[in-house]
Design a protein. Sequence first.
Lengths: 204, 204
Amino acid sequence: MRTTKILKARGRPRAFDMEDALAKAQALFRARGYDALSVADLTEAIGINPPSFYSAFGSKSALYGQVLQRYAELEGIDLEGPFAAGVSLAEGVRRLLRQAATNYGAGNGTGCMVIEGARGGVDAEACRQARRLLDQTHDMVHAGVSRHAPEQAEMVTDYVMATLSGLSASARNGLSGERLLRIADIASGQLAQELADEIEEKQP
Amino acid sequence: MRTTKILKARGRPRAFDMEDALAKAQALFRARGYDALSVADLTEAIGINPPSFYSAFGSKSALYGQVLQRYAELEGIDLEGPFAAGVSLAEGVRRLLRQAATNYGAGNGTGCMVIEGARGGVDAEACRQARRLLDQTHDMVHAGVSRHAPEQAEMVTDYVMATLSGLSASARNGLSGERLLRIADIASGQLAQELADEIEEKQP
DNA sequence: ATATTTTTGTAGTGCGCATTACAAAATCCA
DNA sequence: TGGATTTTGTAATGCGCACTACAAAAATAT
């Protein structure tokens, strides 16, 4: 709708494009992380001065939160499809991990913004903001796994989240999309075997 | 030997214990990372003033390098045993990952100091120092794997390094040693399956 | 036209950081 | 005892950071 922008618009109009600014901030935060990116870096990249920055975004931390949300919406991986009805758990995990590998590999060595942000550094509040999103991801994976294998949900979720972290770290270490996909394939193949063994034990 | 300390010792003697100071610095750097730990934090923890700090360690970065080395020697995982003769590749990887899980879990939510340090943040030089050690680890894993399966060495090494990163991240997320071990078991089981499949394909 | 509202540019603010100048103190060597 | 050497404590230094005071500028509302 954007009624705010079109219908009203009192006062002096903004001299820069908001979407462009958010896109640039997202790319910078994703590449360098919260702590290593200064407000001066941001204002220079956007092409504005500090007062415009604070008037538009409130604070560095607030912009980071907005950008994290934007990243999750625009570039986050699909957590519903892989656990939909008609897809086995092993196959769902395989799809999830392959999707992550492709996604992280396409980021040009940046990995996942949420996972890397949640690892934290100097600013505790920024870390918390990323953690909130990562916790949401964790809960959605847990919910999806629970529908197939409630008793092993914690174990499988632990494994999936650890593998996502490993993929993101490997992406940041410069691994190609192909090599990331190979990691995802090994990781998901192993899980199929593990799940098959468990079923065997319970239904001999 | 410590000849330097006992035989010579000109000038005013040091008023603090060097080993204690290094141990404290190691614990702090491991828990908080390089950027989030200030020299003021360090001097306060050790119980000295800045001039003593710089006289003893040179700089924050130099102390970090020394402490990283110390960590690798004292708490690093064994990269030789798992790839020794008489141990299959799958079993070697299983031992390596279980060792890492136990090690990272014992760190009280700190994960691996080298892996986390290499992820970087604000200070590029500190990141490079950790990276150097992580590259050494990578090369040793690669060499160990190569002796068993030279053609798949890159793939297996990628997988092992990614899993180590995932375990370290999971440890920092607060997972218990038990849950980390379960992740390590699934991950090593998955690789064993993959390796078995490859052999099947080549010797049908 | 005038008042109102919002953004803009210039030029700062205070704070925490790693690091250091300096002189007194504590040891060894002659 | 006196000179050499190193560490110590006090107290700074300069720098980069997130953030802001202020007034001019650019739009709408009446």
